[in-house]
Design a protein around this ligand. Structure first.
Ligand code: NAD
Length: 369
């Protein structure tokens, strides 16, 4: 009885439908796959590779994908997987191929890239299973990180959200936590709207200049040396000090739970657009909202990557992917924030309400598969 309760501890009215532990004893490959909900179609979700990835993390990310995909109007449910391995030390091709063989018959799950995996990893998955998104160009893929699909959507989201707090993007100050595949294009696309990047961080530290950082130079330095802290014209701070910077817009674009009840009170921003998945705990999001800081939740703001992946899967082009990203994210941000401001609710609760209602409508049309 006790075991049963443990296994089903996290189930609710929409999922998760399948939780699978994979173990291949010859190579020692260990992985977790969560298929959360497939009412709208086969689940799309990334394959994360990290030595410390947990069932709880994979489960929460799988649910975030269910919400993200249904919000974006994609014919896909949500899932996620985690391979428990250090991508820097393992034979990545071997581990990925072993994982892919393990999920070959799990037809309702379409893997994509995530932290620790990339387009080459997806090419191996595709070779083994004939299902994957985020493929290299040579295999018909749309390289979503190269085109900055998620950052593009994040910038469009900010452009809609600013109306609700009377923020002029022209001259607005921006701080980015995690200057990677989401953070860099977000900075570029927001700069096109007149925003000034004043702070950016990575795992090694933060670079800050209240007069503005040169984005192209910062990207060059990050790519050349591995860290933003080697940029010359700025003050180097610790990674965590980034949150103390007074700014108009803050984009967390790195790890989960970086802002929690332990540090949310130091955040000094007007608008937060969640570029990363689950970067702020739910109670911290509420606390920020109480302080008048508008937070647009991850699955509304950062859907550009999965929209692009879905367009790729269904044979569409790069320009269609960008158009769809822009239109979908602008429409969803407006629908969400109209509701939040009219009904005086919290953004995440409201967004989850909209997404869950759509999932439940989709579920009415489907038998369990
Ligand atoms: P990335 O690896 O390209 O970049 C992450 C950056 O964060 C790196 O520069 C890294 O140095 C930095 N970083 C790591 N730990 C940090 C810390 N503690 N503080 C500050 N910076 C830190 O990853 P990415 O693809 O940009 O993804 C970032 C987040 O966005 C992840 O949560 C990912 O799941 C999410 N996400 C990515 C996409 C996408 O299209 N790439 C789409 C949706 C969501």
């Amino acid at each position: 009885m006790e075991i049963d309760e443990q296994i089903f501890e996290f189930t609710d009215d929409i999922g998760p439908e399948k939780i699978i532990h994979l173990y291949e004893p010859r190579t020692g490959m260990k992985a977790i796959v969560v298929v959360d909900n497939v009412a709208a179609g086969p689940a799309i979700g990334g394959v994360r590779m990290a030595p410390d990835v947990t069932l709880n993390e994979v489960r929460r990310l799988a649910r975030a994908m269910t919400y993200k995909n249904i919000m974006a109007g994609l014919p896909h449910g949500g899932g996620k997987s985690g391979i428990i391995a250090d991508p820097k030390t393992v034979n990545k091709e071997q581990v990925i191929r072993t994982f892919a063989r393990g999920i070959k018959n799990l037809l309702e799950y379409i893997p994509g890239p995530d932290m620790g995996t990339d387009e080459a990893s997806m090419a191996y998955v595709y070779d083994e299973t004939s299902r994957a998104v985020g493929l290299p160009r040579e295999l018909g893929g749309i390289p979503l990180d190269e085109i900055g699909a998620t950052g593009y959507g994040v910038a469009e989201c900010a452009d809609v959200a600013r109306d609700y707090i009377n923020l002029d993007l022209n001259g607005a100050r921006l701080v980015i936590e995690g200057f990677g595949n989401v953070g860099k294009p977000a900075a570029r696309f927001l700069a096109e709207k007149g925003v000034i990047l004043i702070g950016a961080s990575d795992s090694k530290g933060t670079i800050f200049n209240s007069k503005g950082l040169n984005i192209e130079e910062l990207i060059r330095i990050k790519e050349l040396t591995g860290s933003v802290t080697n940029y010359k014209d700025g003050e180097v701070l610790t990674t965590t000090d980034l949150l103390l910077i007074n700014t108009d817009i803050l984009i967390p674009a790195a790890r989960p739970d970086v802002i929690s009840d332990a540090n949310s009170d130091v955040v000094d921003a007007k608008l937060i657009i969640e570029g990363a998945n689950i970067p702020i705990t739910e109670s911290a999001e509420r606390a920020l909202h109480e302080r008048g800081i508008l937070v647009v939740p991850d699955f509304v703001a950062n859907a550009g990557g999965v929209i692009t992946a879905s367009v790729e899967y269904h044979g569409g082009t790069e320009s269609l992917a960008l158009d769809r990203t822009k239109n979908t994210i602008r429409r969803n941000t407006k629908e969400l924030l109209d509701k939040v401001y009219n009904e005086k609710t919290y953004p995440r609760e409201t967004a989850v309400g909209i997404a869950k209602e759509r999932v439940k409508k989709a579920m009415k049309f489907r038998e369990w598969m």
